[in-house]
Design a protein around this ligand. Structure first.
Ligand code: ZN
Length: 280
């Protein structure tokens, strides 16, 4: 399933071909996944120029010249491709933007993706927390967002309304790097541990963007990050850090991989006598 790095790679790949192009026509072969409706989206985008593409979390945003925007959610298996001429192979083609030069095609085998028109850029980002790779996002803002909930930190990381862009693979990897147990209540983590998690999330996402994402099935070919995953999908294999077997849990219906030795359930408490007060 495409997560932030895969969506970012998609944005970078198609941007040079679609930015500045005018949309002549939109057509969908799967109108159930077009919002508000295929007819309205077609009317709204016709004649608009595509401004520089943006991404927020896993949402790809096509800002338009009149201030409105189209978002594309790749879902489980969606992909956007630019073609100068319509390709011969059109299996799983769900929608098509005809541009002033070439076509932007949306393929989606499993049909979990969606295309949506919004009256403004702000509306295109509605419901999402700050983007995990936003240069303006600070460790303290990230920490405050997660600390709002008592849910397991694994679930908090997957909640796109808190921080946008972290999915199942990269949340497992980030928690491993930050040495945090996935079931630890997010609100129980100290600011220092949340800051460590923040750095781990950013490092893992950036590394994956550099490696063209993770290719673990047919959905996203060409990525190299799968060779650098330390816990995700490695149940039973020895931990790269300590040698203990990687374990698997299901948290909120999502699979989770971790090392119980490197990510112990509770932080060892500092002996009372050695605790220092930093203020007061
Ligand atoms: Zn370990």
């Amino acid at each position: 399933m495409p997560e932030l790095p895969e969506v970012e790679c998609t944005r970078r790949r198609i941007a040079p071909d679609v930015e500045g192009r005018r949309i002549l026509e939109f057509a969908s072969l799967w109108p159930r996944k077009v919002f508000p409706s295929e007819g309205e989206l077609s009317r709204r985008v016709q004649g608009q120029k595509i401004r520089p593409l943006q991404r927020h979390g896993k949402r790809l945003i096509l800002p338009l010249s009149d201030g409105s925007a189209v978002t594309v959610h790749l879902g489980m298996s969606g992909n956007l491709e630019f073609h100068r001429h319509p390709p011969r192979e059109q299996r799983h083609l769900r929608a098509m933007f005809s541009l002033s030069r070439g076509k932007l095609l949306f393929f989606d085998a499993r049909k979990f993706g969606r295309i949506e028109w919004h009256p403004s850029l702000e509306a295109a980002r509605a419901g999402l927390g700050p983007d995990a790779l936003d240069p303006a996002l600070t460790a303290s803002a990230f920490g405050s967002a997660l600390a709002k909930t008592r849910r397991p930190v694994k679930s908090a990381l997957l909640d796109q309304s808190l921080v946008a862009g972290v999915g199942n693979i990269y949340s497992d990897e980030a928690l491993f790097h930050a040495r945090i147990h996935p079931l630890a209540p997010a609100s129980s983590l100290t600011p220092a541990r949340l800051a460590r998690l923040f750095r781990a999330v950013r490092a893992v996402l950036r590394a994956s963007v550099c490696r063209q994402g993770t290719s673990i099935d047919w959905v996203w070919p060409g990525g190299r990050m799968q060779h650098h995953l330390l816990v995700y999908g490695r149940t039973g294999e020895p931990c790269a850090r300590c040698g203990a077997a990687i374990r698997h849990l299901v948290i909120g219906q999502r699979s989770c991989h971790f090392c119980a030795r490197c990510q112990p359930p509770r932080t060892p408490r500092t002996p009372q006598g050695h605790r220092r007060r930093t203020s007061g």
